[in-house]
Design a binder for this molecule. Structure first.
Ligand code: FES
Length: 112
């Protein structure tokens, strides 16, 4: 980790595939990280329909089937792997990705 500017977000064990996320602060605003199909994915916690957080302050981002990230305000569905809105009021728009890495049993925010 000495060669890379990174900030600890959480232990890897905090992220279950398709389960609750972890919210964290970035210089660009609040973000969240989830695990989907074994990979960690992070986005700014900001819907592309209106400037609202996706969750209701409870770190629950996934649809019931665990395949889409859902905005709690009007129900937009975003692909978990790339943030693309596939259902709801902002189709074709994407969540803003945040660079994170998983290494040595932890998830890290990589400096922009
Ligand atoms: S604010 Fe997210 S769908 Fe409207």
């Amino acid at each position: 980790m000495a060669d890379l500017a990174a900030t600890l977000i959480c232990p890897s064990s905090a992220l279950v595939d398709g389960g609750d996320g972890v919210r964290f602060a970035t210089p660009r605003g609040e973000a969240f990280v989830v695990r989907y199909r074994s990979q960690v994915r992070a986005y700014l916690n900001l819907c592309r329909h209106r400037p609202m957080p996706l969750d209701m302050n409870d770190s629950r981002f996934f649809s019931l089937d665990g395949h889409h990230l859902v905005c709690s305000t009007h129900g937009a569905h975003f692909r978990a792997d790339n943030g693309l809105c596939v259902l709801g009021p902002c189709p074709g728009q994407k969540l803003e990705p945040v660079a994170v890495i998983e290494r040595d049993g932890s998830v890290w925010l990589v400096a922009d």
